[in-house]
Design a protein around this ligand. Structure first.
Ligand code: MG
Ligand code: MG
Length: 248
């Protein structure tokens, strides 16, 4: 069942979402070569807690940290730890918060120092795919319009669109119906309605779309070892169009 949110509930989700946006802004300012992914996670967790948010990922199915931090060939769900961030890396940071029982979920991929052109273009295209998908998040559209727009934006550039992981509805739980795939036909899926809130999150690979999960049970990497990028926003569908809740 897809849970529709009232205008008041969407405002509560915006409170949770804003802190996520601010935590990602902080991550973007602080990320630098030589830092470990654990150090970055600690900064994010401290920011969330200092601003009244519970880190939504910590303890979720046993996940041990507040952010998922995924470097280069890591697609999503990287566990913060001793991995050192280097000049030229691209680092995907995914943050979730809970405030007053409502969830926010957003991700960005950051360039660390000087990054080569192919990686920069991958990141730019992934953000572009997200924003083009968000623009289709309008009442009366089929959900598939979001999915197909994301897919076309990435595949037109020759990139691989991950199939095994998808976006999701979000509200009083992190993952609600419906699933929001980053691929598919524009006329499939449920009709979008005012009050739906979706986490739209393209995961785009430089090479093959195939991925695998490492032995830690969490970290998803590209099957060919090439880099991947990930951008995500929590978006409410309103009478006036898409409303991004995870802006700082
Ligand atoms: Mg996320
Ligand atoms: Mg998500």
């Amino acid at each position: 069942m897809i849970v529709l949110k009232t205008t008041d509930e969407i405002e509560k989700m915006r409170v949770a979402g804003r802190v996520v946006g601010q935590a990602l802004d902080l991550a973007g300012r602080e990320i630098k070569p030589g830092m470990t992914t654990r150090e970055l996670d600690t900064l994010i967790e401290t920011y969330l807690r200092d601003n009244g948010a519970i880190p939504a990922f910590k303890g979720y199915h046993g996940f041990p940290a507040s952010a998922c931090i995924s470097v280069n060939e890591e697609v999503v769900h990287g566990i913060p730890g001793d991995r050192v961030i280097n000049e030229g890396d691209i680092v995907s940071v995914d943050v979730g918060s809970i405030i007053d029982g409502w969830y926010g979920d957003s991700a960005r991929t950051f360039a660390v120092g000087a990054v080569d052109k192919t990686r920069t273009e991958l990141m730019e295209c992934t953000l572009q795919a997200l924003m083009a998908g968000i623009d289709k998040a309008r009442k009366g559209h089929k959900l598939g319009e979001i999915s197909s727009t994301v897919q076309q934006t990435a595949e037109n550039r020759g990139y691989g669109v991950v199939r095994q992981l998808v976006g999701h509805g979000i509200g009083k739980s992190m993952h609600e119906e419906p699933q929001v795939p980053n691929f598919g036909s524009p006329n499939e899926g449920p009709a979008l309605k005012t009050g739906m809130v979706l986490a739209i999150e393209p995961m785009i690979n430089m090479g093959t779309r195939e991925v695998k999960t490492l032995a830690d049970g969490w970290t998803v990497v590209t099957a060919d070892g090439q880099p991947s990028a990930h951008f995500e926003h929590t978006v409410a569908i309103t009478d006036d169009g898409p409303d991004i809740l995870t802006v700082a």
